[in-house]
Design a protein around this ligand. Structure first.
Ligand SMILES: Cc1ncc(COP(=O)(O)O)c(C=O)c1O
Length: 428
């Protein structure tokens, strides 16, 4: 028998990706409507705009070869400059306001790599990261790999609750654990999984609160703004990062995966000066620079206005899908008013469904099984909760409205309602 390799502790403690079995189910059963997949709308991927940008990059042989060569670990200066200019427009500040941040901007292989790098730079096993309850479940996996402790903080319709955050920090201090708290992770815009954004009036106070609780041990805020840009009603408030003009407390993570193309797998982070070198050293070990060609393509679409035009088109597509999903839920689940509810996101790709407390939405529970029989799947909400501080709700589901067609959204809601009706009948 061939002996197995002795895996590292990090590999051993890393569980299989919770969602991969669901992806398998969807692939194995073509009739299944997946309200689970967190992909983007296939029909609006910008194939033509990407082709034009790629041709333009390759049109000049010298520039073309440069694009096909390795780049730098931090990312191309040209792209980083454009990213900051675009951020200034997005945050509606005068041109040049954030120029000083170009040198602290790191281009990464999707924002996921940035999230990983930040945890790699900051966390030893046993260190504590405060996360929203619920949060982006893939980030919980990253923390598991690092051996860090994720502690959930209550949220409401305005996102992270600052009173709950302060209570958690007070409790950790009383238990002598404050010095292990390194990071607070927040998804500020149209969160994955709930679709809820952090209320504008909480953003400044959040930064103040974290600064106040940073003693000898600095606590950083990791603002994951993956869905910023995809706002379907109202204006986007200033980011949390904006409330940290000194730039020493908030790390801003952004990505082009949702607003342009996940296939280009390009994101970026703006880091406090103190984190820059450590993160670049680690990134050097990962890949010594993200795909250079994709960076050139992105720079091109930012410069010629393609990107902003595409985002406007995308907003129209997703706004319509969101409205179709909300309409279908109202039509098929509205009769259970009070017992079944859902968030009405102002942007992003997700909404959060809540069913009565006793009804377990987990993969082993009755609703998931009945949904499979009906031919629809969702992501069980329990996956999105940190194990601490204790028992978490099991009666939620993440619904993604970004991928299915309008007909599938309607039919998916109908099947979900049929499965729910069977569960209710079973307990009646
Ligand atoms: C909240 C959040 N953050 C980060 C990411 C990572 O995306 P990417 O690495 O493609 O930028 C995702 C992807 O789904 C996400 O939902």
């Amino acid at each position: 028998m061939t002996p197995s390799p002795q895996l590292s502790e990090a590999a051993v403690r890393t569980s299989p990706a919770a969602i991969s079995s669901m992806m398998q189910m969807a692939l194995a059963n073509p009739g299944l409507i997946s309200l689970a997949a967190g992909f983007v709308d296939q029909g609006s991927l910008p194939a033509e705009a990407a082709r034009r940008a790629m041709e333009a990059v390759l049109a000049d042989p010298v520039e073309g070869r440069r694009a096909l060569q390795y780049g730098t670990t931090i990312g191309d200066l040209g792209l980083r400059t454009r990213l900051i200019e675009q951020l200034e427009r997005n945050e509606r500040v005068p041109a040049g306001s954030f120029r000083g941040a170009v040198g602290r901007t790191v281009v990464t292989t999707g924002s996921q790599q940035l999230l990983y790098l930040i945890t790699e730079a900051l966390l030893d096993p046993g260190d504590i990261v405060l996360v929203e309850a619920p949060t982006y479940f893939v980030f919980l996996g990253v923390l598991e790999t690092r051996g860090a402790r994720a502690i959930g903080v209550e949220t409401d319709e305005g996102g992270l609750r600052l009173d709950a955050l302060e209570a958690t920090l007070r409790d950790l201090k009383a238990r002598g654990l404050l010095s292990r708290v390194k990071l607070l992770y927040t998804i500020s815009e149209h969160s994955n999984p709930t679709g809820v954004s952090l209320a504008e009036e909480r953003r400044g106070p959040l930064v103040e609160l974290i600064k106040r609780w940073s003693g000898e041990q600095k606590i950083l805020i990791l603002e994951d703004a993956a869905y910023r840009g995809l706002t379907y009603s109202g204006a986007e408030p200033p980011s949390v990062w904006r409330h940290d003009p000194a730039g020493d407390t908030v790390i801003l993570a952004r990505t082009f995966s949702k607003t342009f193309s996940p296939g280009l797998k390009t994101g970026y982070g703006i880091l406090p000066e103190t984190l820059l070198e450590p993160v670049l050293r680690l990134k050097g070990n990962h890949d010594f620079g993200s795909g250079h060609f994709a960076q050139q393509v992105l720079e091109r679409i930012l410069v010629d206005g393609t990107y902003e035009r595409h985002v406007q088109e995308l907003i129209a597509v997703y706004r319509r899908k969101r409205d179709v999903m909300l309409g279908a839920l109202e039509e098929h689940l509205g009769a259970w008013d009070g017992a079944v509810s859902w968030t009405c996101p102002k942007g992003g790709l997700f909404l959060w469904l809540s069913v009565p407390e006793g009804l377990d939405t987990g993969p082993e529970g009755p609703l998931f099984a009945r949904c499979l029989e009906e031919g629809v799947i969702y992501v069980p909400g329990a996956l999105a909760y940190a194990a601490e501080p204790g028992p978490f709700p099991r009666n939620h589901a993440r619904i993604c409205f970004g991928v299915p067609s309008e007909e599938e959204l309607n039919e998916g809601a109908r099947r979900l309602a049929a499965a729910l009706a069977e569960c209710f009948d079973a307990v009646a």
